[in-house]
Design a protein around this ligand. Structure first.
Ligand SMILES: C[S@@+](CC[C@H](N)C(=O)[O-])C[C@H]1O[C@@H](n2cnc3c(N)ncnc32)[C@H](O)[C@@H]1O
Length: 157
């Protein structure tokens, strides 16, 4: 936003947006200290200069309700909440954005939840994508199960 916001006045972009479709409940707990900390959606809302619009969603409706409660009343008008699978929600969000919108999309899965189609959808607009590839956590932990599911699926085709 430090780089993008000053160019707003040139009318290059219609709006600057942040998209977080695996947003979680808004707060996390540090395993070692037990301390709570702000998750990605709350951090994005505190960015200054601010994003014009912020799209937040999660497939877990309970998380979205918690997230809504954690957002300041003064921020609500620029936040769009949804519940649903990130691949489907991404299509709705992209359809809602003008071709002159510019933004950042953050994808933060725990394992293999995100597929290439999410990035194909986001590529229809001018969005930088920050993808946390959970190599040391989700991938290593789930690799054996994922490989065996994939093997069974292929065998059944
Ligand atoms: C690692 S957490 C996100 C943490 C968040 N970025 C933060 O900083 O607090 C991953 C979230 O993705 C959600 N999730 C997993 N698969 C999903 C999917 N296919 N569509 C939408 N949300 C999903 C989970 O419910 C979980 O809340």
């Amino acid at each position: 936003m430090t780089a993008m916001a000053p160019k707003r006045k040139d009318g290059l972009w219609s709006e600057l947006v942040y998209i977080d479709l695996l947003a979680g409940p808004g707060r996390g707990v540090d395993r070692e200290s037990g301390r709570e900390f702000d998750g990605s959606p709350l951090r994005a809302l505190n960015v200054d200069p601010p994003f014009d619009r912020v799209f937040l969603s999660d497939r877990n409706a309970k998380f979205v309700r918690s997230l809504e409660r954690r957002i300041r009343a003064s921020d609500r008008s620029r936040v769009n909440f949804r519940v649903g699978d990130c691949h489907a929600v991404a299509k709705q969000v992209v359809a809602d954005l003008s071709r002159k919108a510019l933004g950042l999309a953050f994808a933060d899965p725990e394992g293999f939840e995100v597929t290439l189609s999410l990035f194909q959808t986001l590529a229809a607009r001018r969005l930088d994508v920050l993808y946390l590839f959970p190599g040391a956590i989700g991938i290593v932990r789930n690799c054996r199960q994922f490989a065996s599911l994939d093997f069974h699926a292929a065998a059944n085709e």
